[in-house]
Design a protein around this ligand. Structure first.
Ligand SMILES: Nc1ncnc2c1ncn2[C@@H]1O[C@H](COP(=O)(O)OP(=O)(O)OP(=O)(O)O)[C@@H](O)[C@H]1O
Ligand SMILES: [Mg+2]
Length: 258
């Protein structure tokens, strides 16, 4: 394994996983928020990350996205050790994320918000603008292009959050509860959009409480509970696992596929 140098694209290890999390733990004072978490994400797949509130899902995202370093353990991306790489360098590595608590610039337009993301990977304002328009079209926000982000309804803000991450042209997208707060009728089109994004080759790590979406989208699922890995495997294996049902799903979720 080699360390990723600034601004470089780590070379893909042949047939290796895109993201490899090895024995990651994260301590906040007396709280062990993550304890010995290990799993890997294959290129082109969607990996679901589920578990009760406080299980450590967002903490794991923050470790992968470089918001903070793990207390122990390693994060490798395309075969290169990126443990502790600061978040501002993640975009150049091809890692984008959305935030559970959305952070658009409310007084700026939708287009301006997305253009902040496309600026970093383009050579001119004009090109950044064109790229931003392409992303806005992909997420279906054309009608909102010149409206201020603060005016968007919840479903629109979710799409903008996604657009801001897609503006970086990521290889790996970390999605933290993009479906939360949406009514069922709004979920289906967003699930379809995520499928469309996957079909372009983007790999995703998906934190989500909406089981219908997790089941419809995930190739593999990891279940966290009190910072530990409770289970991992195919959606079918995980949803039928008695430990997962007891700790998180409850009986009624067993038929929540959609
Ligand atoms: N920056 C921090 N400082 C101290 N404690 C933290 C910090 N971030 C998270 N925690 C704690 O770590 C634990 C895991 O939190 P985390 O946000 O990762 O859970 P989660 O699985 O994302 O939950 P939810 O489903 O509610 O979003 C919680 O007990 C939380 O209070
Ligand atoms: Mg969270």
């Amino acid at each position: 394994m080699t360390e990723a140098s600034p601004g470089s694209e780590p070379q893909a290890a042949s047939n290796g996983p895109l993201l490899e999390i090895t024995n990651v733990s994260k301590r906040f004072g007396g709280l062990l928020a993550l304890s010995d978490v290990s799993f890997s994400v294959q290129q082109g797949t969607i990996h679901g990350l589920i578990g009760p509130n406080g299980a450590g899902k967002t903490t794991l995202f923050n470790v992968v996205a470089g918001t903070f370093a793990p207390t122990t353990g390693k994060v490798a991306y395309r075969g290169a050790d990126i443990t502790g790489t600061p978040s501002h360098r993640m975009a150049s590595l091809g890692i984008g994320r959305t935030f559970q608590i959305m952070k658009p610039f409310g007084s700026m337009t939708v287009h301006e918000n997305v253009r902040i993301a496309t600026y970093g990977r383009t050579d001119s304002t004009e090109e950044a603008s064109t790229e931003a328009d392409a992303v806005i079209a992909m997420v279906g926000l054309e009608r909102w292009r010149d409206r201020s982000a603060g005016e968007l309804p919840t479903a629109g803000r979710k799409r903008l959050e996604l657009a801001r991450a897609l503006g970086l042209a990521p290889n790996l997208l970390l999605l933290d509860e993009v479906l939360a707060g949406l009514v069922p009728a709004e979920r289906k089109p967003l699930i379809d959009l995520l499928k469309e994004i996957r079909s372009t080759g983007v790999t995703m790590l998906l934190v989500e409480h909406v089981m219908q979406a997790v089941m419809a989208l995930s190739d593999e699922i990891v279940v966290l509970h009190h910072g530990q890995m409770l289970a991992s495997g195919s959606p079918r294996d995980v949803i039928d696992d008695p430990r997962v049902i007891e700790a998180y799903l409850g009986e009624e979720h067993r038929h929540a596929e959609g």
